[in-house]
Structure formats: structure tokens, C-alpha cells
Design a protein around this ligand. Structure first.
Ligand SMILES: Nc1ncnc2c1ncn2[C@@H]1O[C@H](COP(=O)(O)OP(=O)(O)OP(=O)(O)O)[C@@H](O)[C@H]1O
Length: 586
């Protein structure tokens, strides 16, 4: 009686399961005769679930069946079967990459299986599959070839991922992304990634906000899941990446210079999929920021390793830690400032070069300075920018000029700082002019916005979660998706050897820049504000034209209009202005 009740209970449970999976029981669930379809369904489900593990058995059975049919109905076809088998094996070995057999060993295995199966089939077609020793050969061959299949790491990973993602509807519901669907999944060396089609009204930001929940639901370790918008900018798609083996777990040794010209993007390190993180620096200002010990100096070393290999860039540097960080590169640095006074003079000279180059471009009728060994770009690297702000505040004005006007003349800034707050960067526009933001670990989430720009943390840029020195995110026109990378590591010995090697290929300063520096001392610098005020005061009763004011100050139209509207000038007629008298009367 009890046994009967237990069987019934089990059967009801199975029926409930079947309903959950959408399988309708054929007859009354309480009828013991219905156990047969249940068994069939369970068996089918088991076979389907373990189809990958059972693949060698399936192939063996198929060979036996095919051998039987061919021997019975097409015994003369055995040469054709043999030729087809040889062709397939060769094609797999040569072009297996096209069907995702990326490694040579995988292509070799696929070719071996197809050669063995094909040869056996040809023999079975000719002699019959059960003729000795064909059955034994098939059995032994199948077992021998099945072992590498069962042991293959990527296959097992793929199966595990498939099984995990088969439960996506439940996972989605549990993490608050109900209705989303998995579109595709790829297993790679470091883990797997899949593309999610979000349900109506869900956003990538919603998915980013569910990162921790996803880590728990997918059974991954903490910090292993990345949620990113897709590069095609579809608002209802998100890429989820699960990192199982951290490619950044160990330091990555610098492989040597990645560029020979500043016109090529510099390779700072590797992304989490092992591909290089390249950052173009030509005509770009860059900010390297992160807390102490996050790896900024390490990144600057990699940068120096690359830049000093280029014959079309001159590097000037400011290191107010008395040269502690950058001194090892001194032989490759055209000019190194280690005191506030030197820093101010260096940046003032960079502005002189910028102006000299701008004049030269105007004379030549060209728009931008194209770097070459004869006309190199000038990169001014400033380590610990905050020190400059506090110790050489006047240098900040020069840095500001370079940041605003340096692009066309290929005079650019690279600033490293721990926290680019308004205080650390001075009152200048330098931070807003930084086109490339390289962000290492920061202390708090809001520091991420400070480095990368407002709203970036909410959009999934989480530099506060970077968990080792040298890990970074890059925001630049080419990098608008938060992808973690780790810089290469160049140790002290490497720095010394590289600096020594590259010192021999450094270009001299070009003639235009040298001439600009040699020109007699320019008259004391008059600020644009003073020039504007002077021009307005000297204006006749008809006022002075806006074009003349732009030319005189060297500033942009918007800047001039802003100053004019500050109340110290009045408009005489359309586009013509003059100064207000002290009383405010014309
Ligand atoms: N890519 C990297 N891989 C492995 N270790 C690294 C990497 N970058 C830096 N480190 C380690 O982290 C330590 C601190 O790095 P680094 O001096 O570059 O930090 P920092 O941001 O410049 O700090 P600070 O602002 O205090 O100067 C280094 O001693 C180095 O051993």
C-alpha cells in the first residue's frame, strides 16, 4: 500500500515537472500505464541534456547504421565513401578555422575523427559492418577518439555555459530582468559572453545595476560579471561577459615598443579578452588618474617605452617629485623640469613653440602640423599635476593655453594625477580639454565621474571596482564602452635598458620651434582680457568690429561675446562694440 502511494507520488511529481517543461501527459496521470510515455520523455530529456557527452556513441551508432544500409544497397560505393572521407578530413585540417576550430590541435582532432570514421565506413560498405574485425575496430577506435573529446576543456566549458543559459528565463526573473532573452553565447579562453535582448522598456543601465545579482545567479565569483552596451549602440541589447579565469591575474610583461610613429595608436596593455588596448595620442591631450599605487607611473613607463621609440615625437616632462619618477628616462627626454621654476619656464616655452608653429602653418596655408622626424610632435608629460597647481600656479596658465590651442600644432599634454578635482587641476580648463581619460582604481565611485566625466559611473564605468594595480578603463572617442584592461609592466631594469636603446633614435627639435624659442624675448605677456579692454577703450564712437576683437585677443568668438556681455561694453551697432565709461554712460 505504502509502496503504491510512493510510486503515485513520484508519478505526480513527474507530471508536474512535465507540465513545467511544456510536455502534456498523454493520458490520465493517475493511470499506472502512463508510466511508459513518462519514461520515454525522461530518457529523451536525458539524451538531449547529455548530447555532447554522448556524441561519440551517437557517431558510432550512425556509422553502424550507415555501414549496414550502404553494404545492403550500395556496396559498390565504397571508393566514393573513401574519397569523401579523405576530402572531408583534409578540408577540416586546412580550413577548420571557418567552423570555429581555432586551434591546430582541434583541427587535427576533427580531421582524425573524420578520417577514421570515413575509412571504417568505406570498409563496412565493401565487406559488411559486422565482418571481423570491423566491429572491434569501430569499438576500440570510438573509445580511443572519445577520450580527448570528453577531456576537452573548451567543449566542457561550452556545455556548462549552455546548461547555465538554458535556465536564463528563471535567472532573468530572479535578477529583475524578466522577459529578456539570450541571443547568442561564445565561450573563449577566459570565460564566456552572451548577448542579451532586453525586454521592452529595460535599459542597459538596468542590466548594469543588476551586476551583483547576475554574479550570484550565474554562480560566478564576485566581480566576474561585466555588463556593457553593444558596440552597435542598440539600446535594447547588452553584452554580458563572465570572466572565469582572470587574464589580468598576473602581471603582463611589456613586450617592447608597439609603435614607430606617434600617428599610430599606442598599446598600453591588454583587454580582458587578451586583445590589445590601443590609444591614439596624436593631437590628443590625455589624463592618467587613479589613487596612489593604482599604477599611473607604471603606465607612464609603458607610454615612454613607446613614445621614445618614435622618431616623430619630442618628449618634454615635468616631475616635481625632484625627478624621482621620470629621471630614468632622462636620456630620452628632450627637456625635464624638476622644480616649479623649471616647470613654469618649460610650459612657457611649449606655448612659444605652439605659437611659432601656428604662425608657420598660417604661412604655409596648412591647417595642422603633420609630425615627421623633421617636424616632430611635442608631448609634454606632467607627472603629479596637482603639485604643479600648488607649487607653480602660473605654469597652469601655460598648460591651459596648450590644452586649448595645442592640438593643431601637435603640442599636447599628458597629465597624471591622483584625483583630478577642481583644486588639483587649478581653475583652468585643462581637465575639460582632456580627450583621452585613462582611469586606474579610484577610492570612491564618485571619483570615477570626476576622472571620466559626469554620469559615467551610472553608465557602467566602475573604476572603483578595479582590483589590482595597473588595471584601467579608457574613455576616448574610440573607447566609449567600459572595458577593463591592464597595463604592461616595465620593471626598473627594463626602463634602464629601453631608455639606453631609444636615446640613440631621439629626433632634434625642428627648425620652426627652435627659431621660435630663439626669437628675442617677447614683450611681457598681456592677457586676452587686457587686450580686449584696451581695444574697446581705444574704439571710436562707431565702436570696434567683433572680427577685430577676435583677431586682437586670439580668442574664440564665444569667449569674446561672453566678455562683452559681462557689462563692461556696449553695442554701438550690429557687431560693433565699445567700452562703457566708468559711470556706465557711453
Ligand atoms: N601593470 C601592472 N602589473 C602589475 N603590477 C603593477 C602594474 N602597474 C603597477 N604595478 C605595481 O603597483 C605598484 C604601484 O604602481 P605605481 O607606482 O605605478 O602607482 P602610482 O599610481 O604611480 O602610485 P603613486 O600615485 O603613489 O605614484 C608598483 O610598484 C608595481 O609593482
Amino acid at each position: 500500500m505504502t509502496r503504491h502511494r510512493t510510486a503515485r507520488h513520484r508519478m505526480r511529481r513527474n507530471v508536474r515537472r512535465m507540465r513545467r517543461y511544456g510536455v502534456q501527459p498523454i493520458a490520465s496521470a493517475t493511470d499506472d500505464l502512463d508510466l511508459a510515455p513518462l519514461v520515454v520523455v525522461s530518457l529523451a530529456r536525458g539524451i538531449w541534456r547529455y548530447r555532447s557527452e554522448l556524441a561519440p556513441l551517437t557517431l558510432t551508432v550512425l556509422c553502424l547504421l550507415a555501414g549496414t544500409v550502404l553494404h545492403r544497397f550500395a556496396v559498390t560505393w565504397w571508393p566514393t565513401v573513401a574519397v569523401l572521407a579523405g576530402g572531408t578530413a583534409t578540408a577540416l585540417a586546412l580550413w577548420g578555422r571557418w567552423i570555429n576550430l581555432t586551434r591546430p590541435i582541434e583541427r587535427g582532432y576533427a580531421a582524425a575523427v573524420s578520417a577514421f570514421a570515413g575509412t571504417w565506413l568505406a570498409l563496412a560498405t565493401a565487406a559488411g559492418p559486422f565482418t571481423t574485425p570491423l566491429p572491434a575496430t569501430l569499438g576500440i577506435g570510438a573509445v580511443a577518439l572519445a577520450v580527448p573529446w570528453w577531456a576537452h576543456r573548451r567543449r566542457r566549458a561550452r556545455v556548462r555555459v549552455e546548461r547555465t543559459l538554458a535556465a536564463w528565463p528563471e535567472i532573468a526573473e530572479a535578477v529583475g530582468l524578466a522577459g529578456s532573452r539570450v541571443q547568442s553565447a561564445v565561450v573563449d579562453l577566459w570565460g564566456y559572453r552572451f548577448r542579451l535582448a532586453l525586454s521592452r522598456g529595460q535599459t542597459v543601465e538596468d542590466a548594469v545595476g543588476r551586476t551583483s545579482a547576475l554574479e550570484s545567479a550565474l554562480g560566478s565569483r564576485r566581480g566576474a560579471v561585466r555588463v556593457q552596451p553593444v558596440p552597435t549602440k542598440h539600446a535594447n541589447r547588452a553584452d554580458i561577459r563572465v570572466i572565469e579565469t582572470d587574464p589580468h591575474a598576473n602581471a603582463i610583461t611589456w613586450p617592447g615598443p608597439s609603435v614607430t610613429s606617434i600617428t599610430q595608436p599606442v598599446k598600453l596593455g591588454l583587454l580582458e579578452d587578451g586583445s590589445p588596448m590601443r590609444v591614439p595620442l596624436l593631437r590628443r591631450h590625455a589624463l592618467f588618474a587613479g589613487m596612489s599605487g593604482a599604477g599611473k607611473s607604471g603606465a607612464l613607463n609603458v607610454l615612454f617605452g613607446d613614445l621614445t621609440a618614435c622618431r616623430d615625437v619630442i618628449v618634454w616632462a615635468v616631475d616635481l617629485k625632484r625627478g624621482m619618477e621620470l629621471m630614468p628616462w632622462a636620456s630620452c627626454i628632450d627637456r625635464l623640469a624638476t622644480t616649479p621654476q623649471e616647470a613654469e619656464a618649460l610650459l612657457a616655452d611649449a606655448v612659444v613653440i605652439l605659437d611659432g608653429r601656428a604662425d608657420d602653418l598660417t604661412r604655409r596655408g596648412e591647417r595642422v602640423w603633420e609630425p615627421s622626424p623633421d617636424r616632430p610632435a611635442l608631448l609634454v608629460v606632467i607627472d603629479e599635476y596637482a603639485e604643479l597647481t600648488s607649487e607653480a600656479p602660473r605654469a597652469i596658465d601655460h598648460a591651459d593655453s596648450i590644452a586649448r590651442r595645442g592640438r593643431a600644432s601637435a603640442v599636447n599634454l599628458i597629465a597624471a594625477t591622483q584625483r583630478p578635482s577642481q583644486h588639483a587641476m587649478g581653475k583652468s580648463a585643462v581637465r575639460s580639454q582632456m580627450d583621452v581619460r585613462v582611469c586606474f582604481r579610484v577610492r570612491e565611485a564618485r571619483d570615477g565621474d570626476l576622472v571620466l566625466g559626469q554620469g559615467m559611473v551610472k553608465a557602467g564605468w566602475h573604476p572603483h571596482k578595479l582590483d589590482a594595480p595597473g588595471k584601467f578603463l579608457v574613455s576616448s572617442p574610440e573607447h566609449d564602452i567600459p572595458r577593463r584592461a591592464r597595463t604592461f609592466l616595465l620593471d626598473d631594469t627594463g626602463v634602464r635598458a629601453t631608455a639606453e636603446r631609444h636615446a640613440e633614435v631621439r629626433p632634434p627639435l625642428d627648425a620652426v620651434s627652435t627659431l621660435a624659442l630663439e626669437r628675442p624675448e617677447p614683450p611681457p605677456r598681456v592677457s586676452a582680457e587686457d587686450t580686449l579692454a584696451h581695444a574697446l577703450e581705444q574704439a571710436s564712437a562707431d565702436g570696434v568690429g567683433i572680427g577685430d576683437l577676435i583677431r586682437a585677443t586670439g580668442m574664440r568668438r564665444t569667449w569674446v561675446y561672453q566678455r562683452l556681455q559681462e557689462g563692461r561694453a556696449e553695442q554701438v551697432s550690429r557687431g560693433r562694440w565699445r567700452a562703457l565709461s566708468e559711470t556706465g554712460d557711453p
